[in-house]
Design a protein around this ligand. Sequence first.
Ligand SMILES: Cc1ncc(COP(=O)(O)O)c(C=O)c1O
Length: 376
Amino acid sequence: MTPVFLDHNATTPLDARVLEAMAPWFGAPANPSSAHRFGRAAREAVERARAQVATLVNARPGEVVFTSGGTESNNLAIVGLTGARAARVVVSVTEHPAVIEPARRAGAREVPVDADGKVDAAAFAEALGNGAAIASVMWANNETGVIQDVAALARLSAEAGVPFHTDAVQAVGKIPVDFRASGARLLSLSAHKLYGPQGIGALVFDRTLTLEPPLLGGGQQGGVRGGTESVALIVGFGAAAELAQVSRDDRTRHALLLRERLEKGLAALGPVTVIAQTAARLPNTTLFSVVGVEGETLLVALDGAGFAVSSGSACASGRREPSHVLQAMGVGQGEGVIRVSTGQATKESDIDFFINALERLLSPGGGLVGGAVGGW
Ligand SMILES: Cc1ncc(COP(=O)(O)O)c(C=O)c1O
């Protein structure tokens, strides 16, 4: 059986149409800063892609700065606004490390979440206090799929005079993301989560803000992000953004159908609990825990059975522990946790085969249940 990829929150396969759009730019002498015809053609291609990305999130092209991906976009937002000086950066405890780590370097105030992973709005408002440099809460969580009330948090930030950033890397392409309507002043995205290439992303930001660029160089992209633009990757990002724009509703419908099928199948298995099941979640994401089985062990067994998924544990100093996200939600202790994230090519039969494989592995003869759950 062909292996089934159910890990689209980690990365997505490149869409063949995106590769086709990129192909002419690989190897072309295309520096968008050059004044000659080759440079002009490259510049046009980059500006077209900038408009495609802007359209996807309802921003202006001039608000889009291309980066090397979600990690750099998050760093650019936080380091850009704090200038790498000590400053208060308000974040949720469930942020991706690409937000938490730069926030901690400046001076993070980490706001708790409830059992569903939703940010405690009162604690968030209090943490903003006087003079935070930036607040950052992700649009949707990569592990749980839980969607935050970004507009409400952006409003609280605006009232406190604090620029609000959102890491929308997991949300864009899966659910509607409207930069303008959200009230966020900075927003990060990454192409490889929406069938574009790896190594390219963008920070969308309100140009009335002044960012201190962490990379000093040739003044490209208005001086905010120096370095010769990768035309092929940018063109790929633009093409992926346009495809996401036109097919988003179909993708959402398809993902919801698969999620319902998956979660019905899981419910029938018995010792399985879907985490944050009743919270607003990304349509393609299901995180579930299984009592009595270690997550990594289950992941390896599923891999052997032909299914690529993720586990919700982090291996810290030899001990397997629930991830920081699960710990913040108070779940996953003593349980194996598996994340299934579907994509545009996932079929209903893939879900049925997955449930069958899981049922087999969790049955008394499957070799997993009843074993030690080491270190949990
Ligand atoms: C929520 C979130 N933010 C940021 C990133 C980092 O993005 P990139 O891999 O493009 O650096 C990821 C990737 O896993 C993510 O899920």
